[in-house]
Design a protein around this ligand. Structure first.
Ligand code: 9YT
Length: 131
């Protein structure tokens, strides 16, 4: 059994951030669970376009608020505590931070390795490593 505490991840290589978002990777591919598990904070008022072409992602909001726009349909959905969105079609999307920072719990299948960078489309490239 593994016990992971987010406070132990803050400031380590499992925490990635820029001015507008922070993501803490509680579980990565190397943890051997078959998915990765993240806490992502989206800053109030910020905007992010992502397109996880090579991953499926489920995201559950536990605090704050914001919106998500499905870039295929133009539909916009409110996100508040208790809302989950599942990118079951590798949906290209824009996330908008709301009036308060939004705290999101995310799972990726296949798992993120921690070495990915967003490409020009906001995607992570597929994992080709063996570990
Ligand atoms: C909200 C969202 O898509 N979070 C994904 C995780 C984050 N991009 C990471 O850990 O790289």
């Amino acid at each position: 059994m593994k016990i992971v505490r987010v406070q132990d991840i803050i400031g380590t290589e499992r925490e990635v951030s820029d001015k507008q978002w922070t993501s803490r990777r509680l579980l990565l591919k190397k943890d051997g669970m078959g998915f990765s598990f993240h806490e992502t904070i989206i800053k109030a008022g910020s905007e992010h376009t992502f397109w996880y072409k090579h991953h499926l992602e489920a995201v559950y909001c536990v605090a704050g608020n914001g919106r998500i726009k499905d870039l295929a349909t133009g539909e916009v959905h409110e996100i508040t505590d208790g809302t989950l969105y599942a990118l079951d079609k590798h949906d290209q999307h824009t996330l908008y931070g709301g009036t308060e920072d939004m705290r999101l719990i995310c799972a990726f299948n296949p798992p993120v390795t921690g070495r990915e960078v967003h490409d020009e489309d906001g995607a992570y490239l597929p994992d080709t490593s063996e570990d």
